[in-house]
Design a protein around this ligand. Structure first.
Ligand code: DSN
Length: 416
């Protein structure tokens, strides 16, 4: 599917060599490094071209056919197409393609269904949830009465009985499933049953797994949830942005919560790129890509175990895994810093019940979406796992060898 992206950097350089040089250094970093951040990916040249287009010039507050500005006839067509594609791709009744991000999508849902002080239940940030699922540092934690569920600190697994008990005791108005750092499949049917038992609206934030869902590599939450939110740039591999899917009965509430509730003008250039992304995700090769992400994650997990890492839950069902570094005697921050120096990018991550500060952590999160997009397979996963092991055990002694392996892999699997 890849051609080459347009020469945006060269174009910028003609007027602004300072910005162009910064863009170029970032592009070089992407090309010459191994990207393991579980929430990142490489968008296609067509997605990137749509983002960098004249559509950015247009104001279009409102919805297709009901705008507050003139001249919206073409962006109306485009946004309507994007909505249709989102509905088709995920089998949803309704879609709002305007959220600028996943965080905006989540806040819109919370605004739509909760009054300040109402009870919101989500997975705690420290155990793999997201800021917008009720973290005290986020608006969701400040405006609503938050009750959180954790994973079991021994097994690292979701304890659905615990979720049910907490829900029954606290009767949340909104129950959120979905995570930023959970390596196993989530059973949305059980969550839906719990939500129904306590009369909660059930929302799934599928941001991390949206691509897997689109490609059939993870159970879809759409048949079970009242509302599904997502980003469009993680495993889904589109532009940086958000999306809300919902049942017909909630569409009006959701649409007004997005605009005028929390946003002004939609980003029509990003909406065009979302439409391109959805078309890409309907292709046969996208299915293959998503199944390969999961295969690669399993091989990476085996490789990390062989290197002596302890994996939370012992492995992965999706695109990511969490390594508990305590047996290796190194913090997440230290390993992230060392790997950065060796041109391997990932992020430090708290592990369940982590005794270390969030800025330090005892773990790392490893994702395989971006390396799969570059075409890498089992052999590369094993080599990368070895590089992570070498870097953790003997950074100074192995740095040259690791950098050479990274350079070799990147040369064999060029980005674009
Ligand atoms: N920041 C994203 C992640 O890395 O998982 C979640 O929004």
């Amino acid at each position: 599917m890849y051609g080459k992206p347009l020469d945006a950097i060269g174009f910028v350089k003609e007027f602004d060599p300072i910005v162009a040089e910064m863009m170029d250094r970032e592009f070089t970093r992407q090309k010459e490094g191994i990207e393991l951040i579980a929430s990142e990916n490489f968008a296609s040249p067509a997605v990137i071209a749509a983002m960098g287009s004249v559509l950015t010039n247009k104001y279009a507050e409102g919805l297709p056919g009901k705008r507050y500005y003139g001249g919206c006839q073409f962006v109306d067509e485009l946004e309507a197409l994007c909505i249709d594609r989102a509905k088709t791709l995920f089998g949803a009744e309704c879609a709002n393609v305007q959220p600028h991000s996943g965080a905006q999508a989540n806040l819109a849902v919370e605004l739509a269904f909760l009054q300040p002080g109402d009870t919101l239940m989500g997975m705690s940030l420290a155990n793999g949830g997201h800021l917008t699922h009720g973290s005290p540092a986020n608006l969701s934690g400040k405006y609503y009465n938050v009750v959180s569920y954790d994973v079991d600190h021994e097994t690292g697994l979701l304890d659905y009985d615990q979720v049910r008990d907490i829900a029954k005791k606290n009767k949340p108005k909104l129950l959120i499933a979905g995570a930023s750092a959970y390596p196993r499949a989530i059973d949305f049917q059980i969550f839906a049953d719990i939500a129904h038992e306590v009369g909660a609206v059930f929302m799934v934030d599928m941001a991390h797994i949206a691509g897997l869902v689109a490609g059939g590599a993870h159970m879809s939450p759409v048949p079970y949830a009242d509302i599904v939110t997502t980003t469009t740039h993680k495993t889904l591999r589109g532009p940086r942005g958000g999306l809300i899917l919902c049942k017909e009965e909630f569409a009006k509430k959701i649409n007004s919560a997005v605009f005028p509730g929390i946003q002004g003008g939609p980003l029509e250039h990003i909406i065009a790129a979302k439409a391109v992304c959805f078309r890409e995700a309907m292709q046969e090769d996208f299915k293959t890509y998503t199944h390969n992400i999961v295969k690669n994650a399993k091989v990476m997990a085996e490789g990390l175990l062989e290197e002596g890492f302890d994996l939370v839950t012992g492995g992965t069902d999706n695109h990511l895994m969490l390594a508990d570094l305590r047996p290796m005697g190194i913090s997440g921050m230290e390993l992230q810093t060392r790997l950065d120096a060796n041109h391997i990018t990932l992020n430090k991550n708290a592990i369940p019940g982590d005794p270390a500060k969030p800025s330090v952590t005892s773990g790392i999160r490893v994702g395989t979406a971006a390396v799969t997009t570059r075409g890498m397979g089992a052999e590369e996963m094993r080599r990368i796992a070895q590089c992570i092991g070498m870097t953790a055990r003997d950074f100074e002694g192995t740095a040259d060898e690791v950098k050479a392996i990274v350079a070799d892999i990147c040369k064999k699997f060029p980005l674009y």
